[in-house]
Write a protein that binds this ligand. Sequence first.
Ligand code: CP3
Length: 353
Amino acid sequence: MDTTEPATSRFLRACRREAVDVTPVWFMRQAGRYMPEYRALRERYSLLELCASPELAATVTLQPVDALEVDAAILFSDLLIPLAPMGLPFHFAPGEGPVIESPIRSLEAIDRLRVFEPREDLAHVLATIRLVRARLAGRVPLIGFAGAPFTLASYAIEGGASRNFARTKALMFGEPEAWHRLCDTFATVVGHYLSAQIEAGVEVVQIFDSWVGALDARDYREFVQPHSRKIFDILDGTGVPTIHFGTGTSTILEELRDAGGDVIGVDWRIPIDEAWERIGENRAIQGNLDPTRLLGPIERMFDHVDDILARVGGRPGHIFNLGHGILPETPVEHVQALAQYVHNLGSSHGRAH
Ligand code: CP3
């Protein structure tokens, strides 16, 4: 069999906790502003224009695959893309991040949300997936993604980024029925959207619950877990591996795991072996270098990679990644050196321990 075939790739194998030749590595936000090729395109097109054009989005998806030794491509899109067809238009304000034009402030607004058909309303995303798969020609697998209900709800309610999620939690605690209805709608939308991405050709899906670390375990169980679980239940029958990612989740790892995910993403705030012990050996783990380690000095960065790989100790099911996305100010050479370093060392640690 052709060993470059995605079905036999080390990334897919690690998702299933099968033995690999070397530790697979990819990076969240591996396509983005730290890359000169990306910045050159951004001089001519806005972020949303890049996401809306299958040709441009496919080009950007492949930029890091060509520039770095990564073991996976991730669809170039944005977490917020499904909000617009739901009836929540948004834009990116320069230097400020996303702005949702009419944030959700009432039960009526929740009832008005549209459960859209991704094959019609987000057909361009599915076209990007088909184009990327064709251009990859089996080089590395393609990851699709979507936001989890809590993180999507936080943008829909706050209207943009938030520090303390005050409005989000006010709705959650003050109007639990409205909260559950909102999150159930997001779970349905995301379940349909990811199913359509899989049908179009993504080989792994990652669910980003980037900000869910704002909750304690009890509130996670009551207000979030049933909705995130609904998405994993919808995806269960597809046979496609799922990655469940959040940041600041050290205190809710067990609850996050119980919502679902073949692979659990962990950030740098917890040692990876400790996280894995709590999550259990029957899940794969993705992580967990602090993205600021990539700023340098490079020898210190390597020390931390050594530490992560030693803690993993060659257990099958480790996917090397950062604890969160690559920062725009990161030198490309450091990202290249990191991917190479993981590939060189990712197998010898297991033997040494
Ligand atoms: O390479 C990849 O990882 C794939 C592409 C990708 C983007 N956004 C493109 C993007 C992915 C997976 C996302 C996910 C995303 N988007 C998340 C979850 C992941 C995370 O980082 O926690 C969130 C919360 C968003 C929403 C979002 N998009 C914000 C808050 C911002 C502004 C902040 C920032 O970093 O500038 C974006 C913009 C964005 N999405 C950029 C990229 C490459 C940077 C934008 C640019 O070119 O102007």
